[in-house]
Write a protein that binds this ligand. Structure first.
Ligand code: EPS
Length: 363
């Protein structure tokens, strides 16, 4: 079964990813993966780091003459910013002045900072924040580039778009073709509705002026997935459960919704379930409120997943916290960060959905 793991600190030498279990003979283009990485780098509300990095993948193993060979695929993305952090992120021991200058003791509310320190008993938040950083998603997106190319050989396509930033929501109807075009038509926000996109951008600018941050909602579709993917018989093989776990693991995600899951909870059953019809030797539905999954199994309709991101927890007007050494009330650290990740986060959701579909299809 396909699986993958990532490694690497935000300001360490590099991010790495190993994918195990990919079937042989799948054409893999490095340019395709690099284009996915580029999508993660461009967007309104991103911080200064994106001006330093130009993420590109180096493939180290598992691919020969342009095709997978059934061996583990290992890939690396070098962190350009590491040259500015060499001593502070040194693998070797360093003198105490260097260690002190790199130490962080004021954890940010909402980040993994304090929870990670409590877990391991650290006296330096940096040990946690370097790995918990959303920089890690670059490695996931590189893996996603491999999974998406595999799914294309099965005629499965994945795309995402921004449906909410702060309290600005898309209410217009849209198609998969429309969603696919959002990266080209609106790289800064990735919204199908130009009017809403303008308002979202203005809201991000306001948050920046106010030294605040914004969350939002990304919607991801997978089309071409045949009926019968996943399982209804065991809790851990249900496809919706697998997707929810994968999406919830993305940095800053606090809720996951399949189809119209949230609004359906407030309705009568007669208003919710997608009625079944039959024509020309196949079943079809006129609606897709279930988001393509019933009982943990795909029903042949597009899979629709929404992920809800909280606002980034590094604020330029810092919240109150407690110093982990002195236990005195202080202000949280101000680290360079993003104002809003939503436009860039879509490709991360796509990568995680591609992973779950690839691992269920390749069994
Ligand atoms: C990010 C890289 C990080 C942050 C951000 C996302 O780089 P740096 O810390 O050098 O600015 O900008 O990380 C976070 C939002 C976070 O909470 O850690 C990236 O590559 O996306």
């Amino acid at each position: 079964m396909i699986r993958f793991l990532t490694a690497g600190e935000s300001h360490g030498k590099a991010l790495t990813v190993i994918i195990d279990g990919m079937p042989p003979g799948i054409p893999i283009s490095r340019e395709y993966i690099n284009h996915e990485l580029e999508k993660r780098q461009i967007g309104a509300g991103s911080g200064g780091r994106m001006h330093i990095e130009k993420d590109e993948v180096e493939i180290l193993s598992g691919i020969r003459f342009g095709k997978t060979i059934g061996s583990p695929i290992s890939m690396i993305i070098w962190n350009k910013d590491h040259t500015n952090w060499g001593e502070k992120m040194s693998i070797e021991e360093q003198p105490s002045e260097v260690v002190d200058s790199a130490t962080v003791t004021a954890p940010r509310p909402g980040h993994a900072d304090l929870a990670g320190v409590q877990k391991h008993g650290f006296d330096d938040v940096r040990n946690v924040l370097e790995r918990a950083s959303a920089r890690e998603t670059a490695a996931r997106v590189a893996a996603g580039g491999v999974f998406k190319q595999y799914l294309l050989t099965k005629h499965i396509e994945i795309a995402s778009h921004t449906i909410q930033i702060g309290d600005i929501k898309v209410v217009s109807t849209y198609t998969f073709e429309g969603i696919k075009k959002t990266y080209e038509n609106d790289p800064e926000i990735r919204c199908v509705d130009p009017g809403k996109s303008r308002k979202m951008k203005q809201l991000i600018q306001k948050a920046m002026i106010d030294k605040d941050t914004l969350g939002g909602v990304v919607e991801t579709w997978a089309v071409g997935v045949p009926a019968g993917c996943g399982d209804y018989a065991q809790w851990d093989t249900k496809l919706d459960g697998q997707i929810a776990k994968a999406m919830m693991s993305i940095q800053s995600v606090k809720a996951v919704e399949i189809g119209h899951g949230i609004e359906n909870a407030a309705k009568f059953g007669s208003e919710v379930h997608d009625e079944i019809y039959y024509d020309e030797k196949k079943y079809y539905r006129k609606t897709n409120r279930a988001g393509g999954i019933e009982g943990g199994v795909t029903n042949g309709m597009p899979i629709i997943v929404r992920v809800y991101h909280k606002p980034i927890s590094t604020l330029y007007k810092p919240l109150k916290t407690v110093d982990i050494i002195t236990k005195k009330q202080v202000e949280a650290i101000i680290a360079r960060s993003d104002i809003c990740v939503i436009p860039r986060a879509g490709v991360v959701s796509e990568a995680m959905l591609a992973y779950i579909l690839a691992r269920n299809i390749a069994v």
